[in-house]
Design a protein around this ligand. Structure first.
Ligand code: PNS
Length: 169
């Protein structure tokens, strides 16, 4: 039987505990979870794709059924290349729904073999986003319990070097 591979795609700039919670939740449902970091030249990010992949790899090193890669181009083409049929996306609130619905249906139109599986993170993380992580960190807010300590350390290093608020994403 072919392996059931799920692709969990995103920008992950940076990964936070809500993402990690989704990874933990989808692991038992699939043989392998492939975290796919979008390489998007058009979007200014705080961390390079290579850094984001490295940060994620450090967080999943103890999970034998998980790996991380970056991708460019269409997600459905990447999924074909890696032999995956399921896209996993986290749904935090109703406000996520419209964008996610559009993406899921467009992906299905582009490749009818692809199914999107929505998962809800733990309630404590239902308001958490990478954008807010960066903003709160840059303004000196407390992020304990919301991002892993090594990610906080990366934020410390990165935002110490840059003027507050300069990197977008
Ligand atoms: O974490 P994000 O930024 O919301 O993730 C968005 C992502 C990476 C899942 C989406 O932008 C994507 O799949 N991009 C790849 C290009 C693509 O396939 N576009 C058509 C999507 S319908």
């Amino acid at each position: 039987m072919p392996k059931r591979i799920a692709v969990y795609p995103g920008s992950f700039d940076p990964i936070h505990n809500g993402h990690l919670d989704i990874i933990e939740r989808c692991r038992p449902l699939f043989d392998e979870v492939l975290i796919a970091v979008l390489h998007n030249e058009g979007k200014q990010a705080l961390f390079s794709v290579e850094e984001r992949v490295e940060i994620i790899r450090e967080r999943i090193v103890h999970l034998p059924d998980c790996r991380v890669e970056s991708f460019t181009g269409l997600l459905v083409d990447f999924m074909d290349r890696v032999g995956a049929r399921a896209v996993v996306r986290g749904l935090r609130a109703v406000s996520d729904f419209e964008y996610e619905f559009q993406m899921a249906l467009m992906n299905r139109r582009l490749n009818p073999r692809v199914e999107t599986v929505f998962m809800m993170p733990r309630e404590d993380y239902s308001y958490l986003s990478s954008r807010l992580v960066k903003e709160v960190y840059a303004l000196g807010g407390d992020l304990s319990g919301l991002v892993p300590e090594p990610v906080l350390e990366r934020l410390r290093q990165r935002l110490r070097l840059a003027p507050v608020g300069s990197p977008a994403g």
